[in-house]
Every structure is written in structure tokens, then in C-alpha cells.
Design a protein around this ligand. Structure first.
Ligand code: GTP
Ligand code: MG
Length: 208
């Protein structure tokens, strides 16, 4: 049985600058974070069984805004802009941090963050920095390893093992996925449904 049947999808809009428009924070939210090109937008599309809801690109740095998608009139998926892409302009890089901080500060209904890592690469300093910040603010974080179709099943399993060791987390705490084949979609959906059932991770007073 599908742990997350999709009945309706709606693109709500994008947050482009700190303090700008964002959807009413009344529904629970789950955000997707990770390096540029790691596959956030692709995974979001695979999760909701829609090919083109979130924009996917071969050139990294595609998603510059924080994009909000309402699913089943029930919760909101948030596609965060990726980090760590060298060729993004200095101005764009300088904007990234306040944009993300601004998002976290205005998201009292956030239930969790899905942190994506490419199965072929060790976590970068940027990845570790992001994971550190998520731990600091105390938001539940789910680690998802992407693009497992790029390796043989044996190699992929060994890499998931290695990544778990590097991050000092249990191997069972990591969800391996492929947006190409759909492998891991239902496992991810199940984990997100469980996160959505949790109370909001903190009651935030919006900071101005
Ligand atoms: P930014 O928006 O730049 O932060 O990137 P993103 O993390 O949203 O990545 P995106 O989903 O746009 O995917 C980047 C590239 O990786 C695209 O060419 C995708 O087709 C490809 N890709 C994403 N997921 C997978 C996967 O599971 N398997 C394979 N083989 N390719 C993938
Ligand atoms: Mg993207």
C-alpha cells in the first residue's frame, strides 16, 4: 500500500529574499536540503509522482528561491536552494544564508528536514555545516542518500554503510533513494508521514 497517496498538488510560490512572501505557516512543512545538483527537486517530484512540479536542471544552482508545494491540502514540501556550487555568483552566495535562516525563523510548523547526500561523494564541509546547523536548531533531520542507481546495488549498500559511519548515525537512519528508478520512494514517504505526525519541533516567535 502507498504510504503517501497523492490526491492534490499545488505550487504555492517562492520566497526569494529574506522577509519576503511565504505561504501562511499553518500547515505542517518538510524541507529538502542539500548541495546543488544532489537531486532535491528530482526527489520531490518522484515523491509526489509528478515529473515537472519542481524544476530540475542539469546545471547546478537551478533552484535559487525557496519553493513551496502544497500536497493533499495537508502539508507543504519546501524545496530549498542548494549550496556549495562554486560558479554561483558571490551575491547569490551571500544571500543564501540569510534566506535559509529567514525561512527557519518563520516556519513554526516545520516538522523536519530531509538532508540529501549523493551516494558517490563523502559529505563536504558544507554538508557537515548544514547538518551541524540543523542539529543546533534541533529540527528532526532525515538523511537521504540519492542517485543509488549510479552504483551497483552492492557498491551502493557499501557506500550507505560508509556514509553512516562518517556521520555517526545508524545505517537504518538513512534512506537510500533513486529518483531515476523510484527505488526508496515509499520508504521516504513512510518516514515523512511519521515526521508529519510529530508535533512541531519548536514554537518559534518570528524574529524580525
Ligand atoms: P539545485 O536546484 O541546483 O540545488 O539542484 P537539485 O538538488 O534540486 O538537483 P536536481 O533535482 O535539479 O538534479 C540535478 C541533476 O541530477 C539532474 O540532471 C537530475 O536528472 C539528476 N538526478 C537527480 N536525482 C537523480 C537520481 O536519483 N539518479 C540519477 N541518475 N540522476 C539524478
Ligand atoms: Mg533544485
Amino acid at each position: 500500500m502507498d504510504p503517501l497517496p497523492i490526491r492534490s498538488l499545488e505550487f504555492l510560490g517562492g520566497l526569494a529574499a529574506p522577509g519576503g512572501w511565504r505561504p501562511d505557516p499553518s500547515l505542517p512543512e518538510i524541507a529538502f536540503a542539500g548541495r546543488s545538483n544532489v537531486g532535491k527537486s528530482s526527489l520531490l517530484n518522484r515523491l509526489v509522482r509528478h515529473k515537472t512540479l519542481a524544476r530540475v536542471s542539469k546545471s547546478p544552482g537551478r533552484t535559487r528561491e525557496i519553493n513551496f508545494f502544497r500536497i493533499n491540502d495537508q502539508f507543504i514540501l519546501v524545496d530549498l536552494p542548494g549550496y556549495g556550487y562554486a560558479r554561483v555568483s558571490k551575491e547569490a552566495k551571500a544571500l543564501w544564508r540569510p534566506l535559509i535562516d529567514g525561512y527557519f525563523n518563520t516556519s513554526p510548523q516545520l516538522r523536519g528536514v530531509v538532508q540529501l547526500l549523493d551516494v558517490r561523494h563523502d559529505p563536504t564541509d558544507d554538508d557537515l555545516g548544514m547538518l551541524g546547523r540543523l542539529a543546533d536548531i534541533g529540527v528532526p533531520t532525515l538523511i537521504v542518500v540519492t542517485k543509488i542507481d549510479k552504483l551497483s546495488p552492492t557498491r551502493a549498500a557499501a557506500r550507505v554503510d560508509a556514509l553512516a559511519t562518517m556521520l555517526s548515525v545508524d545505517q537504518d537512519a538513512i534512506v537510500p533513494v533513486s529518483s531515476e528508478t523510484g527505488e526508496g520512494r515509499d520508504e521516504l514517504a513512510e518516514a515523512l508521514v511519521a515526521l508529519l505526525d510529530q508535533p512541531a519541533w519548536r514554537n518559534l516567535e518570528p524574529t524580525t
